[in-house]
Design a protein around this ligand. Structure first.
Ligand code: PGA
Length: 252
């Protein structure tokens, strides 16, 4: 069985003082939970703080985006090498909040995915459909297309030891999570798609669910066979809620 992984996505929240309280609480609460993996993806300016507080704990840290180039005249971008300087283990790639606001293309996302992989930082690739796409019944097509660009350019084997997070856009921050069957069906679809090309890569791939995951709905979602953990927005900003989800992951 794949080990569960719970990742907090802080988005554009936090301050040095708030982070210190939150991380210190999380360190204490998560310390006994050794049966799953945990991480927080923080805003870039707080990577050093995350590194200094979280090293030698069971909580890893990472970023929420990276630049698609290694170095150069790209004002405002942050390279994967810079993340390595702070020992990041993960980076989120292609979150829908970025894709909508900053017009990320599938090609850009594929380039960022490979940047992270080649630097041994685990990419957490976000995929998911809008409500209109779900109601039109084209969600599998939409999610397949988001993965296909990477497969076409780099093959399916690059998904070995990577993470995909299925995040239906209609569920993010709305309080309306996908139900366990909806999520499991999509996760199975994603795994089968990669499995048809590379069985071992699909087997090792962690597929997280994201979108209004909370301590109350965590068990019914995380118990599903193809749901390997969660990407948590709002509930990662509260140590009790984050612990609630992490202890469910740990108990399965
Ligand atoms: P949410 O966010 O848990 O607040 O819905 C999830 C995400 O966007 O990663």
């Amino acid at each position: 069985m794949r080990r569960k992984l719970v990742v907090g996505n802080w988005k554009m929240h936090g301050s040095l003082a708030q982070n210190k309280t939150l991380l210190t609480d999380c360190i204490t609460k998560l310390a006994p939970l050794n049966n799953a993996d945990y991480a927080v993806c923080v805003p870039f300016p707080y990577l050093q703080q995350a590194q200094s507080l979280l090293q030698n704990t069971n909580i890893a840290w990472g970023a929420q985006n990276i630049g698609k180039f290694a170095t150069g005249a790209y004002t405002g971008e942050v390279s994967v090498g810079m993340l390595k300087d702070f020992d990041c283990q993960y980076t989120i790639i292609g979150h829908s909040e970025r894709n909508t606001a900053y017009c990320e293309s599938d090609e850009n996302i594929a380039a960022k995915f490979m940047m992270a992989k080649n630097a041994s930082i685990t990419p957490i690739l976000c995929v998911g459909e809008t409500l209109i796409e779900r109601e039109a019944g084209v969600m599998y097509h939409v999610v397949a297309k988001q993965i296909d660009t990477i497969i076409a350019l780099h093959g399916a084997t690059v998904f070995a030891n990577a993470v995909i997070s299925y995040e239906p856009i209609w569920a993010i921050g709305t309080g309306l999570a996908a139900n366990p069957e909806q999520a499991q069906t999509m996760h199975e679809f994603i795994r089968n798609k990669i499995s048809a090309l590379d069985f071992a890569a699909a087997n090792g791939l962690k597929i997280l669910y994201g979108g209004s995951l909370n301590p109350q709905n965590a068990l019914q979602l995380l118990v599903m066979p193809d749901i390997d953990g969660g990407l948590i927005g709002r509930c990662s900003l509260n140590a009790n809620d984050f612990e609630g989800i992490c202890s469910v992951a740990q108990s399965i």
